[in-house]
Design a protein around this ligand. Structure first.
Ligand code: ASP
Ligand code: MG
Length: 413
């Protein structure tokens, strides 16, 4: 007996049949004696369709009206979910984000939750009602509807679980859990039973499409264990939780590739104090997020500075780099947008050595050139040619022993 939050993603409520199946999971948890809060996403591709619709009207929709529009997707889902639960003979009530007191800032289409007034939810739960909340949305202090950024229903679920002190937050989705690599790219990827918040945060920001990053930050901050599992079957999912000692035995938990970045090199920057500060000050002023940076040893008083930026910002970054080149009397600006960032992540790296060496050796054996390297405590990333990304990912995955062991290959001794 306890309080459970169950979140159903878009594919899990895409059809009437799936809504009924989700409702059955909700009522099973309720029948077992739990109080249940359900958070739902918009059905199937609804959010994309709503966005397309807006752009059929205008190239420049106001972000306030976009939120008004996009939030309707989740509103459909909660109403249908409540009806499905009623049809099974149980009490349920649906609410918008605003109705359950989810107050956000006013940054339309990417709002952040500020606080949640739980009075209404609590009152319904106390009456024994199943509470169904529209994910992805809230209201600002002036009661304008806001949304939390694409994929934001995860964040709604985790925030509610945190503030209501839920015993569990189950994330029902269309995959069986979290894998050592994207199974579409690495067919022998293995499902993880357990993974830490920090590893997921690294993997998510590295291009593994797992969950909304902000939802994991929330879960970590309030220590909400998340259980990611499929809504289509009963197989065991992946528990995302705080780090425990045994996790350190696993050196690498996952491999990810991201192709979202581009590389810029400013050649022949005078090697005197203040140059890097100038370059990255100007780039930052354009609100461009720089990821990796390297500067080579200077030759004859000049150095090359290379950095990566989101591909979507490449044009703006190049314009800025050209300006900087002139101002610093540097030699030239080069760029490459056909790069990929390959990363291995694992909290075991803190206590094991030789991880970087192994990754580099694998790439060497595959004759793949490393263009840039960066590391954090639990991650090593290499920039390589985009054309080799998938091959490199598979080779590294195998080298770190992450491949799924087929049953028939298990030798009993
Ligand atoms: N419906 C929203 C989206 O597609 C939010 C979500 O699914 O979590 O981004
Ligand atoms: Mg979605």
């Amino acid at each position: 007996m306890g309080l459970i939050v169950q979140k159903f993603g878009g594919t899990s409520v895409a059809t009437a049949e799936r809504i009924n199946a989700a409702a059955k999971r909700v009522t099973d948890a309720y029948k077992a004696g739990n109080k249940v809060i359900v958070v739902v996403s918009a059905r199937g591709q609804t959010t994309d369709e709503l966005i397309d619709l807006a752009y059929e009207i205008t190239d420049n929709p106001s972000s306030r009206e976009m939120d008004m529009l996009m939030s309707t997707g989740e509103q459909i889902s909660v109403a249908l979910m409540a009806m499905a639960i009623h049809a099974l003979g149980f009490p349920a009530v649906s609410f918008t984000g605003g109705q359950v007191g989810i107050v956000t800032d006013s940054y339309h289409t990417k709002a952040r939750i500020r606080n949640i007034n739980t009075t209404r939810i609590q009152k319904e739960l106390d009456k024994g009602t199943i509470v169904i909340v529209a994910g992805f949305q809230g209201v600002d202090v002036n009661e304008n509807i806001t949304t939390l950024g694409r994929g934001g229903s995860d964040t709604t679920a985790v925030a509610l679980a945190a503030i209501m002190k839920a015993d569990r937050c189950d994330i029902y989705t269309d995959v069986d859990g979290i894998y050592t690599a994207d199974p579409r790219k690495v067919p022998c990827a293995r499902k993880l039973n357990r993974v830490s918040y920090d590893e997921i945060l690294e993997l998510a920001s590295l291009g593994a499409q797992v969950m909304h990053s902000r939802s994991i930050e929330f879960a970590k901050k309030y220590n909400v264990p998340l259980y990611v599992r499929s809504s289509f079957n009963n197989s065991e999912g992946t528990l995302i939780c705080k780090e425990v000692k045994e996790m350190e035995n696993i050196v690498v938990s996952g491999v990810a590739v991201s192709k979202d970045d581009a590389k810029i090199t400013i050649r022949g920057v005078p090697d005197v104090p203040g140059q890097a500060a100038k370059i990255f000050h100007d780039i930052a002023k354009k609100n461009i997020n720089v990821d990796m940076i390297i500067q080579n040893a200077s030759i004859e008083g000049r150095a090359d500075v290379t950095f990566t930026v989101p591909r979507s910002d490449l044009r703006m970054a190049l314009e800025t780099a050209e300006k900087i080149k002139k101002e610093l009397s540097a030699k030239e600006v080069l760029h490459d947008s056909k790069i990929a960032k390959l990363s291995v992540v694992g909290i075991g790296m803190r206590s094991h050595c030789g991880v970087a060496e192994k990754m580099f050796s694998v790439l060497a054996e595959e004759k793949i050139n490393i263009q840039m390297i960066s590391t954090s405590e639990i991650k090593i990333s290499c920039v390589i040619d985009e054309a080799h990304a998938e091959r490199a990912m598979r080779a590294v995955h195998t080298a770190f022993g992450l491949d799924k062991v087929e049953k028939e290959e298990v030798v009993k001794v």
